[in-house]
Design a protein around this ligand. Structure first.
Ligand code: ADP
Ligand code: MG
Length: 348
């Protein structure tokens, strides 16, 4: 979805989370590993019990599936289905695939549950702050520019309509600009899991960017291990290891993608209420959910809400959430009870 790929200071956390670091899948744990690039990030599939002769065909099938998602959902491709919807200036319902209707439906629901903080109509603000296909600004946007962009943002302006013949998207603002970037990785991860099931494969770890889904066991017959690393400490400082049991996990981090403007750190996660990049002590939010898509939607909402409100929401919605909060020179972490249930008792 995004074409730029930046290396961030605490990237290690995400590499581990994405299962990209061999140290955290025990040696020989996966018989077959496939890797590639999509949506401006990396994908990875680890398989426990699949013959190496299938590697080439699977590699191709995965890439095709991901390219298909990208062609549909990318705001970086002017001719994607989503970009064409964004370019359309009318308010008639536009036919879309079930795929598109699904992601937007989940996004609108999570948007409402996060008090509008996860808002896929955020596009005009993302572009204003230089995180979309529009070039990075060399000056901080003015309050008037922010207000003008904010006037084009709001979940109430977008609807999914389901009819017997298919699904439609409708907007009531001609300049509405839908940006599905924040959920693209989770969505694509779920598709990889589905593809594996279609291929008759039931023991896998699949990941796209910061989203991961695992099912079954690795080739040692143990649950796949997804490690969450402490943000500051040495490379091997693992905070927790989770067994996802067929669930998806996703992390949103304020320091992942940013630039400096007038000495200030500008994050790519934007608060739709203020129209400005987030600026609080919550460093990252990790969510485990039944799908990677859900996890990827919630993590962004929690990130925007900030520490206190994120905790409240996690408890109210009974979400499996892990937060890392900056405190002085260090960090503290917090887990919801549902998250604890996924932690492997033994770190072997
Ligand atoms: P992270 O993994 O750090 O959460 P993602 O890549 O998942 O980041 O999502 C960040 C992208 O989501 C931004 O580049 C922007 O396109 C979009 N975005 C920014 N703020 C919001 C928001 N409040 N709600 C939904 N999408 C957002
Ligand atoms: Mg997200």
């Amino acid at each position: 979805m995004k074409t730029k790929w930046l290396y961030y200071p605490v990237m290690a956390l995400f590499m581990l989370l994405a299962g990209c670091d061999a140290r955290h899948e025990s040696a020989g744990a996966s018989a077959l590993v496939l890797e590639g690039r999509t949506m401006g990030t990396f994908w990875r599939v680890s398989l426990a019990d699949v013959d190496a002769s299938r590697k080439e065909a699977l590699q191709k099938a995965v890439q095709q599936r991901l390219d298909q998602d990208d062609r549909e959902l990318s705001t970086w491709k002017a001719d994607s289905v989503l970009s064409r919807f964004n370019q359309y200036r009318g308010n008639d319902p536009q036919p879309v695939s079930d795929n598109m209707a699904d992601i937007v439906t989940v996004a609108l629901r999570i948007g409402q549950k996060t008090q509008g903080k996860m808002d896929i109509t955020i596009g005009p603000l993302v572009n204003l702050w230089g995180f979309g296909p529009v070039k990075q600004p060399d000056k901080t946007p003015t309050p008037a520019q922010i207000a003008a962009a904010r006037a084009l943002v709001g979940l109430q302006h977008l609807r999914v309509i389901q009819r017997s013949e298919g699904a439609y998207l409708q907007k009531d603002l001609p300049d509405l600009y839908v940006d599905l970037s924040t959920m693209g990785e989770g969505f694509a991860t779920d598709h990889l899991a589905r593809l594996m099931e279609e291929e008759g494969i039931h023991n896998y770890l699949v990941s796209v960017g910061g989203a991961v889904l695992t099912r079954g066991k690795n080739s040692e017959g143990k649950p796949w291990r997804v490690a969450i690393q402490k943000p500051t400490d040495k490379e091997n400082a693992v905070q927790a290891i989770v067994d996802l049991q067929g669930h998806g996990i996703s992390t949103s981090g304020s320091y992942r993608n940013y630039y400096e403007l007038n000495g200030k750190r500008i994050s790519h996660v934007i608060d739709p209420t203020t129209g400005e990049p987030i600026q609080h002590r919550l460093v990252s939010a990790t969510v485990i959910a039944t799908t990677a898509l859900e996890a990827d939607g919630w993590d962004t909402g929690l990130m925007v809400l900030g520490e206190e409100k994120a905790k409240e929401l996690a408890l109210r919605e009974k979400l499996a959430v892990y937060l890392i909060v900056k405190q002085g020179d260090g960090f503290t972490s917090w887990m919801s009870p549902q998250f604890k249930a996924f932690i492997l008792p033994d770190r072997e």
